[in-house]
Design a binder for this molecule. Structure first.
Ligand SMILES: Cc1cc2nc3c(=O)[nH]c(=O)nc-3n(C[C@H](O)[C@H](O)[C@H](O)COP(=O)(O)OP(=O)(O)OC[C@H]3O[C@@H](n4cnc5c(N)ncnc54)[C@H](O)[C@@H]3O)c2cc1C
Length: 464
């Protein structure tokens, strides 16, 4: 018999007797990892190498019943619950010290209906895995730009990606959610049933229950889309950012242009324009001509490519394991002063792994009313991220300090808004502003569905 010591929600320790634990372990189909298990260290690892937590158990769920059993077991013993999909959350909310991690990454079922252009997808899929199934039919929905990101956490926070100008955010494309509630019951939330929950799950994060499945609206992405990077020397970052501001001030819905200040694989500081066009290839070539003609790029890799190739294009930037510290915000405009802050700090990247991406939010993503979903920041804007990444723990303090100094200069321009999925662990005060005027209603939905705040290892919305 295995005896487990775990942490209760009030922070106290509890010993779970072997009989209760063994009954739970034999009821679930997936593996349960405890500190004594082989594979425990791999099971507890998350994407951000700075996060080093030791849960009492990690339940690798194989199906909905495993999720229900895990919630009921955790509730019975009043244990801390953390929920994990792709494990990408920078704040490390996919794990917790002493608690139960309900890990859905083994739940990878997808069923695509090409007639209704919908997909029912289990919550453990990554975008790469989801895309592979929908692209059999030439269909996709707005997904993250790094393909090993989980569909669950990304969708629940909103979801920015290559199709957002044309088809809206990922959460705008969810038709229904299957949810295991704080009571351990399975319900479905859609426009007609549990409408408040359906509203809250589209941008409110993991606060309201454990989503086991999503039904997504899909869209035709043709055999080929335009994608690729155009690389300029960092010395041209100021001019390039001003040009970037101009071309993204009112782009057509089909055109996505992002930027990143970073270090090339050869070790040179570069400013990259990341280009995508979702539509007719000839129209796309015309739409991107001025981008191609600008300045004297070091490389132009933009070309027609399968949608899946564009989805993998930035994967090297998001490998699991390195240490990370982020600062992020939505910028309402890219003024010359803002550009100066970017250019001066980015010319001094202290880690070759660090990058500063900017995502232009426009088109369909901005035509949804701010109170129609929990994701309320529906204006034309730029999501900017200072993504510091490094390997050596001895470098932690220097990297964090550099990131904070950069952010301190940028913050006055950023307004108060931030994408909830980009909030760092040390920024709880930004959670309320991430939801803006929707925060009050989110607290009410939280009270209705999780009055005891069972799901609190997240960017937490306390019950009203
Ligand atoms: C390399 C990289 C690239 C990124 N690119 C993009 C991008 O292009 N667009 C974008 O919008 N965001 C992007 N993000 C941010 C991303 O949306 C968040 O990191 C998101 O939390 C990742 O989801 P996940 O399932 O992988 O993470 P996890 O860490 O597994 O989950 C994050 C949180 O979501 C909640 N959650 C997860 N699964 C469930 C579930 N089934 N039910 C209920 N709650 C759940 C939990 O609160 C959990 O703590 C990126 C992040 C990284 C690290």
């Amino acid at each position: 018999m295995t005896t487990i010591t775990a942490t209760r929600r009030d922070g106290s320790d509890v010993t779970i007797d072997g009989e209760a634990y063994d009954a739970f372990e034999s009821a679930v189909h997936g593996d349960v990892f405890t500190p004594e298990s082989d594979g425990y260290d791999a099971a507890r690892a998350v994407w951000n190498g700075m996060i080093d937590k030791r849960p009492a158990m990690v339940v690798n769920c194989r199906g909905v019943s495993d999720v229900i059993n895990s919630v009921r077991f955790a509730r019975e013993h009043d244990l801390v619950i953390a929920v994990r999909g792709g494990a990408h959350n920078v704040a490390g909310h996919g794990t917790s010290d002493g608690g139960v991690v309900i890990d859905l990454s083994g739940m990878k079922g997808v069923r695509v209906d090409p007639v209704t252009r919908t997909a029912h997808a289990q919550a453990g899929l990554t975008w790469a895995e989801f895309d592979d199934e929908t692209l059999i039919y030439g269909l996709a929905t707005t997904g993250g730009v790094v393909s090993n990101t989980g569909i669950a956490g990304l969708t629940l926070g909103g979801g920015l990606g290559w199709l957002m100008g044309k088809h809206g955010l990922t959460c705008d494309n969810v038709i229904s959610f299957d949810v295991v509630t704080a009571e351990g019951d399975l319900i479905t939330a859609d426009a007609n049933t549990h409408g408040d929950l359906y509203w809250a799950l589209r941008g409110g994060g993991g606060n309201f229950g454990i989503v086991t499945g999503f039904q997504f609206q899909l869209h035709d992405v043709g055999p080929l889309v335009i994608g690729g990077m155009i690389i300029h020397p960092m010395a041209k970052a100021r001019e390039l950012m001003r040009f970037y501001r101009d071309i993204t001030s009112d782009p057509p819905d089909e055109l996505e242009v992002y930027m990143a200040l970073m270090t090339s694989p050869d070790g040179d500081p570069v400013a990259a324009m990341m280009v995508g066009y979702n539509g007719d290839l000839t129209e796309g070539e015309n739409a991107i001509k001025s981008i191609r003609d600008f300045g004297s790029p070091l490389a132009d890799m933009v070309q027609p490519m399968p949608y899946s190739a564009r989805q993998h294009m930035l994967d090297d930037m998001g490998l699991h394991g390195p240490r990370r510290y982020w600062k992020s915000g939505f910028l309402p405009e890219l003024s010359d002063d803002v550009i100066d802050v970017f250019a001066s700090h980015a010319s001094n990247l202290i880690s070759p792994m660090t990058l500063i991406p900017m995502f232009n939010m426009h088109g369909a993503a901005t035509r949804v009313a701010p109170d129609a979903t929990a994701f309320g920041h529906r204006t034309h804007q730029w999501d900017i991220d200072i993504v510091s990444q490094w390997l050596d723990p001895a470098d932690d303090e220097r990297q964090i300090e550099w990131t904070r100094r950069f952010w301190n200069e940028l913050e006055p321009f950023a307004g108060k808004t931030i994408y909830v999925n980009h909030i760092s662990a040390d920024e709880p005060s930004r959670i309320e502003t991430a939801f803006g005027p929707n925060y009050k209603r989110l607290r009410e939905v939280k009270r209705a569905y999780d009055p005891d705040n069972v799901f609190k290892i997240n960017h937490n919305i306390p019950p009203a």
